[in-house]
Design a protein around this ligand. Structure first.
Ligand code: NAD
Length: 248
């Protein structure tokens, strides 16, 4: 009998959990039995989302956390976690020629430095507590490029490499570190773009000819977060309908 994806008794923290994929990941982990802490800058939003999980029979609470703020990371990490989903991210789109350095640095600060700061704080607690699993939410743009997302693609590629570096250093502490690299997933924020001709043209380049659904990430997330992935570390799990394999 192989190890399953039951997360009963596990404590999980999800950053950027006030909406989009982060909220979905929190709901999936809670449904698998984890006690989930939903972290985001707006406490009222994550606490409301946590209450909805509790009302549905799950175990959850909200915490205020800005991944660019060291004090808020320290406060949110006062208790150790078994699972961290490093999901907070910003896109910072714009033509590279005109992209202000501040905008470039904002993306690096949130998507790379922020992810490292939260992972480091979580790993310290995990190392003292018998180990754990860190899932960094990267992107197919960490593996290939597209126009007007230079900072984002650079940050996500660095996050994939950081994942391997941390996996190497932290394996001895029982801490696994993997990346989950989604392709284009339909969320309320991008639904309008994907309804346009340009959006539909993009969808035609995906071998499976459809966008990802949030639920497409459930199994891969649980694999990396749970004991089902016990021998996986330093991996980037791509979930993209074949988009990275599209014809050149
Ligand atoms: P989103 O904008 O809905 O969610 C991002 C979340 O991060 C928000 O809740 C936001 O408040 C939070 N956040 C931003 N800066 C933060 C900070 N400093 N501290 C704490 N929280 C902060 O976008 P999403 O589509 O749900 O994206 C979630 C993650 O998935 C991101 O890392 C994104 O790069 C990645 N991703 C998304 C897609 C997609 O198609 N939606 C594809 C690949 C990767």
């Amino acid at each position: 009998m192989s190890a399953g994806t039951d997360l009963s008794g596990r404590r999980a923290l999800v950053t950027g959990a006030s909406g989009g994929l982060g909220l979905h990941f929190a709901q999936v982990l809670a449904a698998a039995g984890a006690d989930v802490t939903l972290a985001a800058r707006r406490f009222d939003k994550v606490e409301a989302a946590a209450k909805a999980i509790r009302d549905g029979g799950g175990s959850a609470q909200g915490v205020a956390l800005d991944v660019t703020d060291a004090a808020s990371i320290e406060a949110a990490m006062a208790e150790p976690f078994d699972i961290l989903v490093n999901n907070a991210g910003i896109s910072g789109t714009g033509a590279a020629m005109d992209l202000p350095l501040d905008a470039f640095e904002d993306v690096i600060r949130t998507n790379l430095t922020g992810a490292f700061a939260v992972a480091r704080a979580a790993a310290r607690g995990m190392a003292d507590d018998g180990g754990g699993s860190i899932v960094n939410i990267a992107s197919i743009l960490g593996h290939r490029v597209a126009g007007h997302v230079a900072a984002y693609a650079a940050a996500k590629a660095a996050l994939v490499q950081l994942t391997k570096a941390l996996a190497l250093e932290w394996a001895r502490h029982g801490v696994r570190v993997n990346a989950l690299s989604p392709g284009y997933v339909e969320t309320p924020i991008n639904a309008e773009f994907f309804a346009t001709e340009a959006g539909q043209a993009l969808v035609r380049r995906i071998p499976q000819r459809r966008l990802g659904r949030m639920s497409d990430l459930d199994g891969p997330l649980l694999l990396l977060a749970s004991d089902a992935g016990a021998y996986m570390t330093g991996h980037s799990l791509v979930v993209d309908g074949g988009h990275l394999c599209s014809s050149l």
